[in-house]
Design a protein around this ligand. Structure first.
Ligand code: AP5
Length: 206
């Protein structure tokens, strides 16, 4: 299956993508994770992306589309994918339709007022890349899965979150209409327990 997760920053795309991609047997492809890895490795793409990400703005379409095109050409994406964080503009969606059009698009819907606390409380494991929330952690510095050190993403500061939300509403939200028009959109309430969101996603894909 070729699947896209759409939704604002903090909607739970990455959290749900881990379980859903394993369930469907397709690779989880996150453009945000790809950029963060490129930044760690100080590649030209990483250096270009960093200034936009630090500001909470979208990386230019040409950079993102070239990176996704290359990733989609890899063997594991031949029989399907779960894209998380791409496309984020109508031009990216048009490019994806040419590369490998999605079968379905799941929009994980969460009201803005819930997103700030989710993002400021997010902690990520530097070792296994697991994502957690401080409200569920006994020790906010240590990964409960692998014992790795947890860190806070640089773009999870309130001012940057505000810019990311603005970018979402102005540039990404129009994709709801784009995919609805193609008959591919499925909407899921993301403002409920993790396990209920997971079940709702699988139910909408049946
Ligand atoms: P990216 O990494 O894609 O960030 P994002 O879309 O802003 O989404 P997040 O990763 O912040 O949120 P999420 O929905 O995955 O939530 P999560 O599951 O972690 O992009 C970062 C940057 O890269 C962009 O700003 C841009 O600069 C650049 N970029 C990336 N792709 C691009 C593209 N295509 N074009 C241009 N630029 C691009 O959950 C968040 C928190 O909530 C966690 O703490 C989690 O534990 C908690 N949580 C999750 N679900 C629930 C629930 N049901 N109940 C309670 N808490 C929950």
């Amino acid at each position: 299956m070729k699947l896209i997760f759409l939704g604002p920053p903090g909607a739970g795309k990455g959290t749900q993508a881990a379980g859903v991609s394993a369930h469907l047997g397709v690779p989880h492809i996150s453009t945000g994770d790809m950029f963060r890895s490129a930044i760690r490795n100080q590649t030209p793409t990483g250096l270009e992306a960093k200034r936009y990400m630090d500001a909470g703005e979208l990386v230019p379409d040409s950079v993102v589309i070239a990176m996704v095109r290359e990733r989609m050409a890899m063997d594991d994406a031949r029989n399907g994918y779960l894209l998380d964080g791409f496309p984020r503009t109508v031009d990216q969606a048009i490019a994806l339709d040419e590369i490998a059009a999605p079968d379905a698009v799941v929009d994980i819907d969460v009201p803005d007022e819930r997103l700030l606390s989710r993002l400021t409380g997010r902690r990520v494991c530097g070792k296994c890349q697991g994502t957690f929330h401080i409200s569920k952690l006994a020790d906010e510095h240590t990964c409960p899965i692998c014992g790795g050190a947890l860190y806070q993403r640089e773009d999870d500061q309130p001012e940057t979150i505000a810019t990311r939300l603005k970018a979402y509403h102005e540039q990404t939200e129009p994709l709801i209409g784009y995919y609805s028009g193609l008959g591919k959109l499925r909407r899921v309430n993301g403002d409920s327990k993790l396990e209920d969101v997971f079940k709702a996603i699988l139910a909408t894909l049946e």
